[in-house]
Design a protein around this ligand. Sequence first.
Ligand code: ZN
Length: 342
Amino acid sequence: MKKLLPISIAGSLPKPSWLAQPETLWSPWKLHDEELVEGKQDALRLALQDQQHAGIDIISDGEQTRQHFVTTFIEHLSGVDFENRKTVKIRDRYDASVPTVVDAVARKKPVFVNDARFLRQQTQQPIKWALPGPMTMIDTLYDNHYKSREKLAWEFAKILNQEAKELEAAGVDIIQFDEPAFNVFFDEVNDWGIAALEQAIDGLKCQTAVHICYGYGIKANTDWKKTLGAEWRQYEAIFPKLQSSNIDMISLECHNSRVPMDLIELIRGKKVMVGSIDVATNAIETPEEIANTLRKALKFVDADKLYPCTNCGMAPLSRSVATAKLKALYAGTEILRRELSA
Ligand SMILES: [Zn+2]
């Protein structure tokens, strides 16, 4: 019988301190060359073991082999100049110095396929691999070539599709696209964002997911959240179109957020990864708090389509906090599993 409420994590986990400075985004590697290759694989094995010990069912790489969820992918592409940087406003929220698109973008070689193959060799459990979504990619760049967000997103979608097909062939069970930008640019999401995402998953036979959150627990994001009012209804603008899209699973921020849970009704029929761990606080959720979030979601998601998950990645947290949160996620899910099978 299929396991009830399979648990996964949204994305990143903290890296070991010998690999990169902890509790820091874009933290530079502490190892180089061959040592770095080996160090990343060792970290990946630890991330796998931490998830297994905590009782996570769908295993991720914890993003141990990448510096950042968007930039590392882009670094592997041609057509982008990392020396020539411009300051842009990311997700209409904070200034960042980003690389410039100077020519047609292309993927000259696979980006994460070897890493995924390595993870596949280490476990029989289902594995999930995250890629940045096309809209979030264009929002992390200055475009001096296509001069059109839509055109550039379309090119990235084609590149992501090449990578996704190779990840699928390497044995990845779920390919997830991280699209925090979907929570900001609603008109674009409906005009071409979801269409670009569908281009990225075109022809895939494995499960596909999109992760839409309110971002890591960094100051720019928590400040932004304070401006969003008592009810966060961002999802409402894009759910109807997502519901009719080809994407299989939708990963959402639900715990400690002000997202009205009934919005999930708008994507009825999709599998929903329900964020039940707040990544913006060091407080460890109690199992009962997690069970409460899942119970509320169950009114709008059929039990066989509910996947307990974290709100977002945990890279900025300490390892001890992240590990404790994983264990809490399991304990909270177990409460619901008992209730559902009673
Ligand atoms: Zn996220």
